[in-house]
Design a protein around this ligand. Structure first.
Ligand code: GLN
Ligand code: ZN
Length: 766
């Protein structure tokens, strides 16, 4: 069997988040550079060794990063924005790492004040990368030696298996952003290529046999110019790097209409993600030229489930039949950066649950086992089939009542009783709110006191009763001061919630939580997504207690807070044995029941947050409408059980609506609150242009900063909003929840916000 086994990238943090801890200590000045580098060295060596032990024939290096792999490329290619010139001379002892962290996090030392580079989501993952900044006169040069050092170090451990990983030139440019007009970043390719060629030649001289170039954009929608850039780039590279084996990696999507282009590129091996796009295999097999090998991404690098060997083996065998075993490699679909490190640290999960899962380390084991099965070890296949069958049939996963109910959902369940205008009338009569009603998005500052309370409850230091009564106190005082401030629709403050998804997941059936299932989100920040393993149902009320408690303290309306079905789905590891749309519908029904329970308990205003609806948008445009249709439908199923005079709010905190405005309108929330302050209400133009019919609360101040905006400033934004939208439909609120703010600035800002609303109210003559 000449088929090679390889990996595309390994999680960097360490199973105990050692890298996170070391970086944060370094930033605090608690450890020095030597200790930071030592931690990095140990982690990389440990990860190389375990990949070697797992039988990988090619092992990635330079996949490690102190902050982000795209920023590493920016440093390697010397695309350092001008504003860091002063930092570069300021950092002592030629410390490249400090310049690097300055680009990632900003630099405020020795009288310098330089902002960080922008950060954005890595395709459809929850990983965030640092966006390269380009100018029309952009130049590139070899700046950093990190990749060469990494290759040397990897060779010490893995010998000839070491495979340096770089982001390919076309994707690197497309990941970036033009900082001035008059050019397109792809125009920079001719200036960039010589630097790439120099790097590849240097690696080759160092002894590299294989180099992995990640070109995820090759699996995305491409313009003709971008397609031509791929051809140009790889022709040039092939011409100047003869004998170097290039592995071109795509992931997250299928090659689709780029198949012929991909097959035409002069590279040694093409990697495709069969877990995300299995349908691309047939066409690719027909298109692949004789000299090119194919790397099959058969193990899911985006989820935590055990691989279905039978399925993978079918694809591997089919490929071997066409290409021969010397032209096939197997690997995970994408870098394992997006899954937790090692299942061995999950001592709280029961053996059955463990038998269904695989984290990064186990996924490499799966690659090895697939290889062993092809060599005749059928016992491994039998064991895998048993695990897969157990999950397929388990009564823990499959709840007939949930399935029946989900299947029985009709269009009517996604429809409110009356159209918006009728509801608006009923709600106006019920709540008698003033023009420009004021409210907030839900959470108030989560102080250390509140967080410690939760930690003490978890450790058993305090009783549930003590905890509850402390939370009650925080809630009462939040109600009191909202009244004093003069807000019109109050919130309970969300003091009882650790996280807006975890809180609900813990109370719903079908979820489990890991102890160490950390995944890097950005820099040193890691998240631990819940795992949705089975049919979702709601054993009992989740929020009613806190909302009714808060409502009992005041005669003003208190708005209840729920997290929407799409957001719960999007921020979890999701089961892979049924479509995402079906899982979302199950969650929607659970939320619908909670909405009805709140209504029955006398709550008149209920907010269903959907901040993640946009980030779930498929990467390929052709798939977007289908997604938006089921996502919007799930929201409507959650929201539509109520009477006309119950007011449903939703909240979204991102600022790109133009391309999806009709779907936002289709959600038919009575009120939507959105982030608009940083764009100076510009974003409202999309709503105005569309004649968005329902009520809307454009955020009048940015909650991401401690800055307290003045009354005039907010009143001015309200005037801008009133010029674009009917005043009857406008609400006044901040951009998002206030969880991460401190109390003093929160109070001051909301006080000013209420004043601004009153001023505009008077002006409108009411
Ligand atoms: N209700 C949530 C809060 O206020 C909404 C948070 C969000 O949109 N991300 O915290
Ligand atoms: Zn928000």
């Amino acid at each position: 069997m000449r088929m090679l086994k390889h990996n595309l990238g390994y999680p960097r943090m360490g199973s105990q988040r050692q890298l996170k801890k070391a970086c944060e200590k370094y930033w605090q000045g608690e450890i020095g550079r030597t200790e930071l580098f030592l931690t990095a060295k140990r982690l990389q060596e440990e990860h190389w060794q375990l990949q070697l032990d797992a039988g990988m024939d090619l092992i990635p290096c330079n996949d490690f990063s102190f902050y982000d792999q795209v920023l590493d490329m920016t440093l390697l290619l010397g695309a350092i924005p001008d504003r860091y010139a002063a930092v570069a001379t300021d950092v002592s002892g030629n410390a490249e790492i400090d310049l690097y962290f300055a680009m990632a996090r900003g630099y405020q030392q020795h009288g310098l004040d330089v902002t960080a580079m922008e950060m954005t989501k890595w395709f459809d993952t929850n990983y965030h990368y640092i966006v390269p900044e380009f100018t029309a006169a952009q130049s590139f040069r070899l700046f950093s030696n990190k990749v060469f050092n990494a290759f040397d170090a990897a060779r010490q451990v893995t010998g000839s298996a070491a495979k340096p990983v770089l982001i390919g030139p076309v994707s690197y440019l497309l990941l970036g952003k033009e900082k001035e007009s008059g050019f397109h970043r792809i125009d920079l390719l001719p200036r960039l290529l010589p630097v790439y060629i120099g790097i590849l030649q240097k690696l080759q001289q160092q002894g590299a046999v294989w180099v992995q170039l990640d070109e995820p954009f090759l699996a995305m929608d491409l313009s003709e110019v971008e397609k031509a850039a791929f051809t140009q780039a790889y022709r040039e590279i092939a011409k100047h790097c003869k004998g170097l084996k290039l592995l071109l990696a795509t992931y997250f999507e299928g090659l689709g209409e780029n198949t012929a282009l991909a097959a035409s590129l002069p590279v040694c091996c093409l990697h495709v993600d069969l877990t995300r796009a299995p349908q691309q295999l047939e066409e690719l097999l027909a298109a692949l030229p004789e000299k090119t090998s194919l790397s099959l991404g058969v193990v899911d690098g985006r989820n935590v489930w055990k691989n279905d060997y039978e399925l993978s083996l079918t694809n591997i065998r089919k490929t071997i039949n066409v290409l021969g075993d010397n032209r096939v490699m197997i690997a995970p679909g994408c870098s394992l950066l997006h899954v937790p490190a090692d299942l061995a640290h999950e001592s709280d999960l029961d053996p059955e649950m463990l038998s269904w899962m695989a984290f990064a380390r186990q996924k490499l084991q799966e690659i090895r086992e697939l290889h062993d099965i092809l060599r005749g070890n059928t016992a491994l296949l039998t064991a895998n089939q048993a695990a897969i069958a157990s999950r397929r049939q388990s009564p823990r996963i499959h709840k007939p009542e949930v399935k029946q109910r989900t299947a029985a959902v009709t269009d009517k369940d996604a429809m409110r009783q009356s159209a918006f205008l009728q509801r608006q009338q009923a709600q106006e009569q019920r709540f008698r709110l003033p023009l420009y009603p004021t409210t907030t998005i839900g959470s108030f500052p989560q102080t250390d006191d509140i967080r410690q309370l939760r930690a003490r409850l978890r450790k058993g230091d305090i009783s549930q009763e003590t905890y509850d009564s402390e939370i009650e106190q925080a809630t009462v005082s939040a109600i009191r001061w909202q009244e004093t401030l003069g807000l019109d629709v109050l919130v309970h403050g969300e003091f009882e919630r650790n996280d807006m998804v975890e809180y609900f997941g813990e109370m719903l059936d079908g979820f489990v939580f890991t102890r160490n299932g950390w995944v890097q989100s950005y820099g040193s920040r890691c998240v631990k997504p819940p795992v949705i393993y089975g049919d979702v149902s709601r054993p009992g009320d989740m929020t009613v207690r806190w909302s009714t408690y808060a409502q009992a303290q005041t005669t003003l309306p208190v708005k209840a807070m729920l997290t929407g079905p799409v957001t719960i789905l999007q921020w979890s590891f999701v089961r892979d044995d049924q479509p995402r749309s079906l899982t979302t519908r199950q969650i929607a029904l659970a939320i619908r029941d909670e909405v009805l329970a709140l209504e029955a308990a006398g709550i008149g205003i209920i907010q269903i947050d959907e901040p993640a609806i946009r980030e779930g948008l498929p990467l390929r445009k052709a798939k977007r409408d289908e997604y938006l249709n089921w996502a919007v439908n799930a929201f409507r199923v959650a929201a539509s059980g109520v009477k006309d005079d119950t007011q449903i709010h939703t909240h979204m905190c991102y600022s790109e609506f133009n391309d999806i405005i009709e779907h936002i309108a289709a959600m038919d929330a009575d009120v939507i609150t959105i982030e608009t302050s940083r764009s100076q209400m510009e974003l409202l133009e999309a709503f105005a242009g569309f004649h968005y019919p329902n009520e809307i609360g454009p955020g009048v101040y940015d909650i991401h900063s401690p800055r307290v905006p003045g009354v005039d400033e907010m009143a001015h934004l309200l005037q801008k909003a009133a010029a674009l939208l009917p005043v009857r439909n406008l609400w006044v609120n901040p951009d998002c929840g206030l969880k991460t703010r401190k109390w003093p600035e929160t109070k001051a800002a909301l006080e000013n916000m209420v004043k601004a609303a009153r001023r505009e109210r008077e002006r409108a003559g009411v």
